[in-house]
Design a protein around this ligand. Structure first.
Ligand SMILES: O=c1ccn([C@@H]2O[C@H](COP(=O)(O)O)[C@@H](O)[C@H]2O)c(=O)[nH]1
Length: 287
């Protein structure tokens, strides 16, 4: 099963557009584990176990593991997710971007070492920096397009004078990802929930691509506006994968942290309900 099929199956099974982000920060761990980087696996596995029937995807952010020399715990966690939640695709948030030869190694890391189903990439170095990931035909790749942070304006909102209509950089990228760059239909785009108008614009330019949307929860993005702007499955278009990390992970600092995470995940899933049921499949999207 390829990444998109896996994603749509998980959305339907769990009736959800929510992605729980796994950003383990030992300084924020529950009191009994606080500051203990040796508990990264235990913490994340407990969150996975508590939410695996509520999500369409999980998104571990690699920096939170690498910073604590916890890559072995990330490998363990990936294996845990494959074993206990095989129906939930895992997007490795690595934001890689480098020349082709180096990208080949990053692709091996994401897809062979960690067994991720999809990866996030920075498209700044162009098409040849993306191609090595697309050689894994069942895997997905999400390109940073209109990110959730204020500094995204610095590049992504600039206009390209030599393109017809002088599109903004993020608009140009959305077109490329929907078109020429998407060799085997593996690409998606990252668009922040903090900019619903731009989600709508990206959706217009990339009607069928899955959009990974971080920014609800701790960053204050509007869940309902995100779904209204980006979810087009009922019309035969693309879906949204709406990520929340800190708001779920650190819902409680007590021993009840996993139960509290589950409650927040449940409430967030509810806040992401589209007008038609998540499982809606039009003719086009069922293909
Ligand atoms: O534009 C982007 C791209 C990626 N992220 C990542 O998503 C999560 C958000 O975490 P919260 O705690 O829900 O704010 C985090 O891993 C970021 O690296 C993003 O926020 N914005």
């Amino acid at each position: 099963m390829n990444f998109l099929d896996q994603l749509r199956a998980a959305e339907r099974l769990n009736d959800s557009l929510l992605c729980v982000g796994l950003d383990p920060d030992p300084a924020k761990f529950p009191t009994h584990w606080k500051g203990d980087a040796g508990r990264i696996y235990d913490f994340c596995a407990a969150i996975v176990d508590a939410t695996k029937d509520l999500v369409s995807a999980f998104k571990p952010q690699i920096a939170y593991f690498a910073a604590h020399r916890a890559e072995d715990q990330l490998e363990q966690l990936m294996a845990h997710m494959k074993r206990t939640a095989p129906h939930v695709p895992v997007i490795l948030d690595a934001k890689r971007g480098d020349i082709g030869a180096t990208a080949e190694q990053y692709a091996r890391e994401a897809f062979e070492r960690y067994q991720a189903d999809a990866v996030t990439l920075s498209p700044f170095m162009g098409r040849d920096s993306i191609e090595p990931y697309l050689r894994y035909p069942d895997k997905g790749a999400f390109l940073l397009c209109r990110t959730s942070n204020p500094g995204g304006d610095d590049w992504q909102m600039q206009r390209l004078a030599d393109q017809p209509g002088q599109p903004r950089l993020f608009e140009h990228l959305a077109r490329l990802a929907q078109g020429d760059w998407n060799l085997n239909g593996q690409l998606g785009l990252v668009v922040g929930a903090t900019y619903p108008q731009e989600i709508e614009r990206v959706r217009a330019l990339a009607p069928s691509l899955p959009l990974l949307v971080p920014g609800v929860g701790a960053q204050g993005g509007d869940a309902q506006a995100t779904v209204a702007a980006g979810w087009r499955v009922a019309q035969g278009g693309g879906t949204v994968i709406v990520n929340s990390s800190r708001a779920v992970l650190y819902a409680s600092s007590g021993e009840d942290f996993a139960a509290a995470a589950r409650r927040v995940a449940q409430a967030t899933r509810e806040s992401l309900r589209p007008a038609s049921p998540v499982g809606t499949a039009s003719k086009a999207s069922a293909n």
